[in-house]
Design a protein around this ligand. Structure first.
Ligand code: SF4
Length: 148
């Protein structure tokens, strides 16, 4: 039973999503009762503004981005935001380590936080986002808000 949990800030009510809104989740709040919560938003942490153009993965999922085979591109304009996404993911990992979080509870379907599904070229597919892939590779248990 994890005591410290890294959590996507938007699930906690932080209005940090690309559209300037939050995704506050009551099941998430209930599941975190009694836990020490470490909120993080890798996209804002990586330097992107609120709101921001939506980004999708191109040519793969988060694992492929870390391997240099895929990129994170703005859906409309195609601007490459990969570096900001990688930076934000590393910051999320640092926060987990600093506060001793062994579990992360992340927002599904995000190109950063998705842990089971992400959008690639306009289509939902199975796979992880960039932050979820890094956390898993570093031994952190990643859970989805959709599992609650
Ligand atoms: Fe939420 Fe993660 Fe997107 Fe930030 S990057 S808004 S925490 S899903």
């Amino acid at each position: 039973e994890a005591r410290v949990v890294l959590v996507s800030a938007c699930l906690l009510g932080e209005a940090c999503r690309f559209d300037g809104r939050s995704k506050r989740s009551e099941p998430v709040m209930a599941a975190l009762e009694g836990k020490e919560v470490v909120p993080m938003c890798p996209e804002v942490g990586g330097g992107l503004p609120i709101p921001r153009p939506p980004v999708e993965l191109s040519d793969g999922t988060g694992v492929d981005v870390w391997a240099g085979r895929a990129r994170a591109l703005e859906r409309e304009a195609g601007v490459d935001r990969t570096e900001a996404f990688l930076r934000g993911a590393r910051m999320a990992l640092e926060a987990a380590r600093k506060f001793g979080a062994t579990v992360a509870l992340l927002k599904e379907k995000s190109p950063s936080c998705g842990s089971q599904h992400v959008y690639e070229a306009g289509k939902l597919r199975s796979g992880e986002g960039i932050t979820a892939a890094l956390l898993r590779a570093e031994g952190i248990t990643v859970l989805s808000d959709e599992d609650l």
